[in-house]
Design a protein around this ligand. Structure first.
Ligand code: IMP
Length: 436
């Protein structure tokens, strides 16, 4: 049995898609367990770029079981569009399975997301406005519509009426919007149901069968630990748990089914949306990092906020997730920055020092990073394929990160393409097997 969870160890956009894609090549099944189309995975292979939002990364590997687990919130329009595009580009999608228990994003969820952000004004969270928060809120309020409801017209209509009732006043600005018409909405969703029906299944059973027969199953997280609704920078977080523990809930497996947890982190940090970011840069240095790293959102196109590596937050993410391996992506982007800085401590507004991630949000909002300066490198490292090819300062930086966080680095990304990686031969059984 081999269950491997891949999670983001920062604020999302760490390059999980590429890492999952590489693991997926050797895996038998790939399972998404939380989030929705707020995520965006970019995978570059054979010169072709794929931007996936809902589809598990494994879909590009024919014949592998690809699962959208019960913990995911599904916008059926986005899903059917992605299916169409994949088929159009010659990708086989027959091995996709969608949990009957996954919740559906409804038109009113997107409206509420927009309205909620508008109401917050300057205090907005900066959501992707894809309806993620309102959909998870309905799930918790037991007013959600699930994938299985697409297969029963009567139930679907009844549930939509029940879900809309308490939202009347918030939806008043959309009262005349044709998307809220019960008949039209039900018809649209029933049509999605017809398209998706062959893919709907009890995915928990399917995944457990694979684990029982010793298959390698990759559980693919979206977003990152610092956006976790319980452990992240609340309220500037997403509405699900992107940490490894959620793989069990969102896929329907037990904790003992997980053998390894890989945390993906950029060699620096980015964040989209509002909220505290102690190592954030501004000015020309930020511009340069953003441009070199191509730091614009896959889902929304928004410029990402950028900053130096935050090792206090990364160590916190390692603890929350029981990370067994780190994958450090985009090391190539740091070429030319000299010195390279890494945050090892926060200093609070009144001078207090924080070696650990502070539990109090006010502290975090006023915290500034304290840095260790490491020598930079100027060489283009995008053609390096082993650690020994890297310039000494790049190796030293990686060693510093791994030592500080206490987790071995299995993989280093040196460019966007899937062959632009260095396997270190370190970081747990799977990493060592894959490096061989
Ligand atoms: P929501 O998930 O759309 O509700 O957005 C909540 C917060 O999470 C916002 O700050 C978003 O920018 C952020 N967020 C959501 N999904 C992603 C992602 O895939 N990458 C990075 N940030 C994300």
């Amino acid at each position: 049995m081999s269950g491997i969870v891949v999670v983001g160890a920062q604020w999302g956009d760490e390059g999980k898609g590429k890492v999952t894609d590489m693991l997926a090549e050797r895996a038998d099944a790939i399972v998404r367990f939380q989030g929705g189309n707020n995520a965006g995975h970019t995978i570059v292979r054979d010169g072709e770029t794929w931007k996936l939002h809902l589809m598990p990364s494994g879909i590009l590997h024919p014949g592998k079981l690809c699962v959208i687990g019960n913990g995911v919130v599904v916008d059926p329009k986005v899903l059917t569009d992605e299916l169409d595009e994949l088929r159009h580009r010659g990708v086989e999608t027959k091995s996709l399975r969608i949990s009957a228990n996954a919740h559906l994003i409804m038109p009113y969820h997107m409206m509420l997301d927009h309205a909620g952000e508008a109401k917050l004004g300057k205090l907005e969270i900066g959501t992707t406005r894809r309806g993620i928060g309102p959909c998870y809120a309905d799930k918790a309020a037991r007013l959600g519509i699930r994938v299985q409801d697409l297969l029963d017209e009567k139930i679907l209509k009844k549930k939509i009426v029940a879900a809309l009732d308490p939202k009347r006043s918030s939806l008043r600005p959309y009262a005349r919007d044709p998307r809220l018409d019960l008949q039209a909405m039900s018809e649209e969703y029933l049509t999605y149901g017809h398209v998706l029906e062959p893919y709907i299944a009890d995915t928990s059973r399917l995944v457990l069968q694979r684990l029982d027969r010793g298959d390698m199953v990759v559980f693919e997280g979206a977003q990152g630990a610092m956006l976790d609704i319980d452990h992240g920078t609340y309220p500037f977080v997403t509405s699900s748990n992107p940490v490894a523990g959620a793989a069990c809930i969102g896929a329907g497996v037990g904790p003992k089914d997980i053998d390894e947890v890989w945390g993906v982190a950029k060699a620096y940090v980015t964040r989209v949306g509002a909220g505290p970011f102690p190592t954030e840069l501004d000015g020309p240095l930020a511009e340069e990092m953003r441009e070199r790293g191509g730091e614009y959102g896959t889902t929304t196109g928004r410029p990402r906020r950028v900053g130096w590596m935050d090792l206090v937050a990364l160590r916190y993410a390692a603890r929350l997730n029981s990370l067994t391996s780190l994958a450090i992506t985009k090391l190539d982007v740091l070429a030319g920055f000299d010195p390279i800085r890494a945050c090892v401590r926060y200093r609070g507004a009144e001078g207090a020092e924080f070696d650990y991630f502070p539990y109090h949000q006010t502290v975090l909002h006023h915290a500034a990073g304290e840095y260790v300066e490491l020598a930079g490198f100027s060489e283009d490292i995008s053609a390096c394929r082993s650690e020994s090819d890297l310039p000494a300062p790049a190796r030293d930086y990686l060693e510093f990160v791994a030592d500080f966080v206490g987790v071995p680095i299995a993989l280093v990304g040196v460019g966007p393409s899937r062959d632009q990686v260095i396997w270190t031969g370190d970081g747990g059984d799977t990493a060592i097997r894959l490096a061989a």
